[in-house]
Design a protein around this ligand. Structure first.
Ligand SMILES: [Zn+2]
Length: 229
């Protein structure tokens, strides 16, 4: 056996992949083809499952010292929570630059295109801060044209985060929090078991009672909230 030192990232990955597993295991569709997912929706279930890692129930029961069995000290837990907004401004900006440039590429006639000039002009148009570069520059950004699945679809990671943050707030607001049975049932019935047999927008509305709102993501990342329209 190799000694292993599981990190917080490993724990997050475990919950993430378990979310995909639960999504598959809860499937209750009539035809196997309906198990297929919509690109900007299939990461919601896995991202959302990650949120249970931060609940007191999991922290106090499972994140214990390997010798003493003591739960993780509250001060350390607080540090992990506080660190969740670290570098979010940078990360969100470099990501959005790539996602928006990806979309702009698919909105123009590519005939005679100079990618370098196009990228520069697009970033200037978007008001990209000089201090930050795109997460993926055009020459190595395989999402743009490597296949139909992700073409103009790099945005989908953030859309999954919007849905996730909004759904997580539903649990935060529920009487039983993340362990609220009624809300958990709505989650399984509307967002897990139906897979792709129901339009994701309708499925989300059935779970949340409304469309997802961007405010939850802004709060999640430690940003000022957008003004209400
Ligand atoms: Zn995933």
């Amino acid at each position: 056996m190799f000694p292993i030192t599981p990190s917080w990232d490993d724990a997050t990955t475990l919950f993430h992949e378990f979310g995909h597993a639960l999504h598959g295991l809860s499937s209750n569709v009539a035809y196997p083809t309906l198990n297929g997912g919509v690109r900007d929706y299939t990461e919601l279930q896995s991202h959302l499952l990650e949120r249970w890692l931060m609940t007191d129930e999991v922290i106090d029961n499972y994140l214990v010292h390997h010798k003493t069995g003591e739960p993780m000290p509250a001060a350390l837990v607080q540090k992990i929570k506080d660190a969740s907004t670290f570098m979010q401004g940078f990360g969100t900006t470099e990501y959005l630059a790539s996602a928006l440039v990806d979309m702009r590429y698919h909105m123009i006639d590519p005939e005679g295109l100079d990618p370098d000039a196009f990228e520069k002009a697009t970033l200037a148009d978007l008001g990209m801060p000089k201090e930050i570069v795109m997460r993926h520059r055009s020459p190595h950004f395989s999402h743009i044209f490597s296949g139909e699945g992700y073409s103009a679809g790099y945005y989908s990671y953030m859309w999954a985060d919007v849905l996730t943050a909004d759904a997580a707030e539903a649990f935060k607001e529920a009487p039983g929090g993340f362990y609220d049975k009624g809300l958990a049932r709505l989650l399984v019935n509307n967002l897990f078991s139906v897979r792709n047999a129901v339009d994701p927008a309708d499925a989300y509305r059935a779970f949340r009672g409304r469309d997802a709102e961007i405010g939850a993501l802004m709060r999640d990342r430690g940003f000022p909230e957008p003004a209400k329209k």
